[in-house]
Ligand binder design. Structure first.
Ligand code: BT5
Length: 255
């Protein structure tokens, strides 16, 4: 692992992409204390103040462009596991790219790639994890490791653990079923009633699984639809407030 540290960049994904285009090696990691133009999906903003972990990993997996979605689930598993190992906090996964603790977003992932023909030339796995920020500096609906555990953590130690987990499990990319099943086991909306906002329309149904292409399987009236992208909300649950944050009782229950 080669770590390139910055005090401030626009977006670690952009810096990593520039380095990858110049031939940077696999497992080059770009990390910044602050991002001035942190990005989410579809041009959304990612708030990246000091105290959080904002980094991107350059990977060069030997996979076809159609399998890139798997990296998102793979890296989410590594992140969720690292949080648990380093802090004891049991967060859950939420489609497509979130790590959630008690209904609030603790981390988000942004996976971007470049392909030539039928070959992936690189993948940038961008991970944003709220670590030591307090609630007043976080956006609505967000939480941090500090807020969840009432303890401050070493940001770089968390990053190292996430990347080590990715390295340790890298060969699992050859067996996507294992990645998806680990992700689904820890999913906060497993077999739950959900609503998904896509461009121009809102769909609802039971979230019944994840397909190898990364789509969510949404069941309604005995029909299953593959949802490729959108923002998911779990239905029939109270909105989180600082005073009422019950843990997910079904997080590890078998459905
Ligand atoms: C994501 O997008 O969740 C992907 C976030 C990826 C951030 C990392 S940081 C390192 C690397 N460099 C980058 O520039 N990006 C990556 P999405 O699912 O579209 O969610 C975006 C939404 O999350 C926003 O519209 C806000 O509602 C919310 N949000 C923004 N900042 C947040 C934060 N710090 N914590 C929790 N939620 C946040």
């Amino acid at each position: 692992m080669i770590i390139i540290r910055y005090k401030r960049v626009a977006s670690t994904n952009d810096t990593a992409k520039m380095l990858a285009n110049r031939g940077a090696r696999e497992w080059t990691v770009v990390v910044a204390e602050v991002q001035t133009r942190g990005r989410g999906r579809s041009g959304r903003k990612w708030q990246s103040h000091k105290g959080g972990l904002w980094f991107s990993v350059i990977l060069r997996p030997k996979i076809s462009p159609g399998s890139v979605a798997m990296l998102q689930f793979f890296a989410s598993n590594s992140t969720r596991k690292a949080i648990m190992e380093e802090t004891g906090i049991e967060a859950g996964t939420k489609w497509p790219n979130d790590i959630i603790f008690e209904k609030r977003k603790m981390a988000g992932l942004l996976v971007e790639s470049k392909s030539e023909g039928n070959q992936v030339s690189f993948v940038i796995v961008g991970i944003g994890l709220n670590v030591n920020q307090s609630q007043s500096t976080l956006p609505e609906g967000a939480t941090s490791v500090y807020e969840a555990g009432r303890e401050k953590y070493n940001v770089e130690q968390l990053m190292n653990r996430i990347v080590e987990n990715m390295q340790h499990d890298y060969s699992i990319l050859e067996t996507p079923d294992k990645i998806l099943s680990e992700w689904w086991t820890n999913c906060i909306h497993r077999s739950k009633n959900v609503e998904i906002q896509t461009v121009g329309e809102t769909k609802s149904g039971i979230s019944n699984g994840i397909d190898a292409d990364g789509s969510l399987l949404l069941e309604k009236n005995a029909r299953t639809e593959h949802i490729m992208e959108g923002t998911l909300r779990v239905l029939n649950e109270q909105k989180a407030s600082p005073d009422s944050m019950p843990p997910y009782p079904s997080l590890h229950a078998k459905s």
